[in-house]
Design a protein around this ligand. Sequence first.
Ligand code: PTJ
Length: 244
Amino acid sequence: MTIPPDHPRYRSLMARESLASLSGQGIVSLEGLAAHGRGEAFDYLLGERTTDSALLAEKTAAAFLLCAKNPVISVNGNTAALAAAEIRNLQEASGAKVEVNLFHRTEERIRQIQLLLAQNGVKVLEGPAKRLLALSHDRAYCLEEGIFSADVILVPLEDGDRCQVLAGMGKTVITIDLNPLSRTARAATLTVVDELTRALPNITRFCSTLEREEALELVKLHDNSILLREALEEMKRRLGDAVD
Ligand code: PTJ
């Protein structure tokens, strides 16, 4: 079916169509489709826009990436499907490495996602991954020169387990997650409660405009619990307005 550009839900329908089609190719997992639906529900509560507190989180995410020694962006199936070009732009602006890391891991999916990213101009780390993280599932597999040795790691649409393990290894973990109640959102050093394709361009823009002094200040002053509380307050406000 062709989705007319004047449909009020055009953007959302196009994203779903792209995810469904890439799921048919094996790039997005079926579980990834369910995860996207959960994200959409939370985005509805936010009014499908970047809130002031999310924008501050995005600026702070840029600050962490700019101040890092070995920043890495970890990409899964949903992130590659929704935002391959945005990942390229962020890589160029931040100098971060990009590594594919999957929950539903098969070598075939890894290869397909690496290819999709490369076709969009992303320089992707490759090589034999090893079971280097203390996790019983396959997200334990990563590269020594990538996720394992990163000091700052951006993990959009993450699952809580790995987030906790990475934080426990002393890494700065930045996540992008529309659900401020998720274990990931709560375990991360910094949570951007915003939709992936809105968040990445904002982080990229801040990477190009932030001065070093301001970046250091943002890193020093960041407080994830305040950002999460503000995201929940925003949802509460919107629900209250809808009821009144
Ligand atoms: O490709 P794989 O095999 O690595 O699997 C990827 C998924 C996403 C299936 C896996 O990481 C997973 O199960 O994730 P979760 O635990 O469902 O968490 C995903 C989180 O991302 C949820 O809290 C969603 O609300 C949120 N989310 C979904 N879509 C978006 C989003 N946040 C921001 N932008 C989105 N587009």
